[in-house]
Design a protein around this ligand. Structure first.
Ligand code: 13P
Length: 233
């Protein structure tokens, strides 16, 4: 079971360090792997504040080249240098706003893994795609560019459930996760309006191996409650 908190564009260095110091005081279950994903500038203070804990620190993105003329980008070796353990790749907000494609996503995943980072790669259909009956085809396309790797995890985040309070039902999540696992046998996290009060039901689904949490990961108590909900499920 893996619970990852994606802070998106929240928590600068001071706030990230304060959150991390608070989180390390909280009793988290031993059978749950816990990860936080701060913005780039907050990675190093978070790594330092969580040193000597089992909580992993992931970036939210990582370039597919190791270095070069890519203004505004950050590479896998740079992330490794500041002690980052892994990275998210191809979050739907990056597919939506930053021109991420299946091909650039696959390139980022390949380089990050080759450089020794763990990777959570995000997939998921939009509302229009679901309503048009294209969910399976979209997942096939997005997962089809990926290859199996022991350090790779997939996050199923239906775009219509992100930040909307509209969570996928446990049945919808289970079905999509089964589809993804039939394409690539990897752990699959669910993401999209996961909260303390719906986490247990979602995480109890057999094909749900954890959660990628946005809004509810910004508060120590609600994030810890979701981590506890992942225990013994
Ligand atoms: P919310 O939990 O805020 O819906 O965000 C989900 C998400 O995008 C995590 O990556």
């Amino acid at each position: 079971m893996l619970i990852a908190g994606n802070w998106k564009m929240f928590k600068g260095p001071a706030e990230a360090a304060a959150f991390s110091r608070e989180l390390r005081q909280v009793a988290l279950p031993d059978d749950v792997d816990v990860v936080v994903c701060p913005p780039y500038v907050s990675l190093e203070p978070t790594v330092q504040a969580l040193a000597d804990t089992d909580i992993g620190v992931f970036a939210q993105n990582c370039h597919w080249e190791r270095e070069g003329a890519f203004t505004g980008e950050v590479s896998a070796p740079m992330l490794r240098e500041v002690g980052v353990y892994g990275t998210l790749v191809a979050h739907s907000e990056r597919r939506d706003w930053c021109g991420e494609t299946d091909e650039t996503a696959a390139a980022r995943v390949r380089t990050a893994l080759a450089e020794g980072l763990h990777v959570i790669v995000c997939v998921g259909e939009t509302l229009a795609e679901r309503e048009a009956g294209q969910t399976d085809a979209v997942l096939r396309r997005q997962v089809g560019v990926l290859e199996h790797d022991d350090n790779l995890v997939i996050a199923y985040e239906p775009v219509w459930a992100i930040g909307t309070g509209r969570t996928a039902t446990p049945e919808i999540a289970q079905q999509a996760h089964e589809t993804i696992k039939s394409l690539l046998d990897l752990p699959v996290l669910y993401g999209g309006s996961v909260k303390p009060d719906n986490a247990r039901e979602l995480l109890a689904q057999p094909a749900v191996d954890g959660a990628l949490v946005g809004g509810a990961s910004l508060d120590v108590e609600s994030f810890a409650a979701i981590c506890r909900a992942g225990s013994l499920t």
